[in-house]
Design a protein around this ligand. Structure first.
Ligand code: C2E
Ligand code: MG
Ligand code: MG
Length: 409
């Protein structure tokens, strides 16, 4: 029995105290709740022509009377306390609330199971159909739920297929040194282009991939392909005029930290770049860092040892707390594009950004701004001391072939 459910039941005062010998319910009675024994002991028994027959003696944490939750209103046996007992009452409403709070797929599966169990039960015990609140749980297989539940499963299956069929492509968006270049590096951005040419935005499929281990093979493919791209760009002379090595930023999601192949793969990719004037960087979001402080700290150190710096992505979209920055040895910070919009309309935003940039520099971090769409925004960012910029104003993400100089191999 899930302890949190127990606690919740207690807190919600779904609690019943019974004396030794007290009968909780009798066979054939209408049932409207299930029970969990918090303390004490309960006997479940049947009464037939040949007398009373014990079915089970239950103790702490055991559940009984659960058929009432399936909408079977008649008790198939009786229940009596063997000693003073404390019971947690689980009502159909309670189950229903839990179902509502579950993710769409779990909810849909549970509802379907409840419905099927009820059908089986009805078939095995002909009689009037059960009615009442329990019906609410089982009855409505909301169309919306079904769409959400299966939409997710469908995307998962389609993604597996897409990996095999090579429907994923990696696009690259230049990051420029302010005020006006040169290209200092790129961000690798995944694209899913279906055979009919239609596109699924990363914001739609990345979260689904992240909620399963599918992000592992996808993430590995992104890493390898990004380094392939970086090597080709560097060899074709891109970034040669820049004093610093050309970089390739790869986005990393939380689940990838648990991929056992991630560090060996990073080491292998870093080895490919040794002796070249280019480096790999990883972009990690604020929420990922905050949610996994110790793990991220250790990961960042391991990455640094491999020569792969970590960049804080989407700064300002999550907790936007400057206080935790010192906990992580990140090399750069990417200001979310909402800041760019902010500085063009409000002086207060401008001051905030100036403060953030100053503090980041104090901490030795480079600052990149994302989502620069106009010349004004680029100029303002530069005026605020921001080091690098990325955005449609400079270039949209594009496939490698479009970024390589024409004569390059
Ligand atoms: P992100 O890492 O913050 O990437 C920046 C997003 O801003 C990209 O969206 C990019 O196309 C978009 N962008 C760039 N310049 C501009 C601009 O001037 N204006 C506007 N409005 N948008 C701009 P995209 O490619 O749709 O990616 C969305 C998110 O999906 C990314 O946000 C990242 O979190 C995730 N993502 C993309 N590729 C990967 C990947 O390979 N692995 C992982 N784990 N996540 C990825
Ligand atoms: Mg990013
Ligand atoms: Mg970003």
């Amino acid at each position: 029995m899930d302890r949190s459910l127990l606690r919740e039941a207690v807190e919600e005062r779904y609690c019943r105290l019974v004396e030794a010998g007290e009968v909780l319910f009798r066979q054939g009675e209408h049932g409207d709740a299930a029970y969990v024994i918090d303390a004490g002991a309960i006997e479940i028994y049947a009464e037939g022509d040949d007398g009373r027959q014990t079915i089970a003696r239950l103790t702490e944490n055991e559940l009984f009377g659960e058929m009432a939750l399936l909408g079977d209103s008649r008790r198939s046996a009786s229940a009596m306390a063997l000693e003073p007992s404390r019971l947690l009452v689980i009502t159909p409403e309670h189950l229903r609330e839990r179902l509502e709070a579950a993710d769409p797929l779990t909810r849909h599966l549970l509802r379907t199971l409840v419905l099927r169990s009820r059908e089986l039960l009805q078939r095995s015990r002909p009689g009037p159909s059960p009615t009442g609140t329990a019906d609410l749980i089982a009855a409505e297989l909301a169309a919306n739920d079904r769409r959400l539940a299966f939409g997710r499963v469908r995307i998962e299956q389609a993604m597996e297929q897409a990996l095999r069929r090579r429907e994923f492509q990696l696009y690259f968006q230049p990051v420029l040194r302010l005020p006006s270049g040169p290209i200092a590096g790129y961000e690798a951005l995944i694209r899913w282009i279906k055979p009919d040419g239609s596109r699924v935005p990363p914001a739609e499929f990345i979260p689904v991939a992240e909620s399963s281990d599918l992000i592992w093979p996808i993430g590995r493919w992104v890493l390898e392909t990004a380094v392939d791209g970086l090597l080709r760009l560097a060899r074709s002379g891109v970034g040669a005029e820049s004093a610093a090595p050309l970089f390739m930023n790869v986005n990393l999601s939380a689940r990838q930290l648990h991929d056992p192949q991630l560090l060996p793969l990073l080491a292998a990719q870093a080895a490919r770049l040794r002796g070249q004037r280019c480096r790999l960087k990883l972009e990690v979001t604020e929420s990922l860092m905050i949610g996994n402080v110790a793990l991220m700290q250790a990961f960042i150190i391991q990455c640094r040892e491999l020569g792969v710096p970590v960049v804080l992505d989407d700064f300002g979209t999550g907790y936007c707390s400057l206080s935790y920055l010192h906990l992580f040895e990140v090399q750069a910070m990417k200001l979310d594009r909402s800041f760019v919009r902010g500085i063009s309309v409000s002086q207060a935003s401008e001051k905030v950004v100036r403060g953030i940039v100053g503090m980041a520099h104090e901490l030795g971090l480079e600052v990149v701004v994302e989502g620069v769409e106009t010349a004004d925004q680029a100029q303002q960012a530069s005026g605020l001391g921001i080091d690098f910029a990325q955005g449609y104003y400079f270039a949209r993400p594009a496939p490698l072939d479009e970024l390589l100089p024409a004569q390059a191999p």
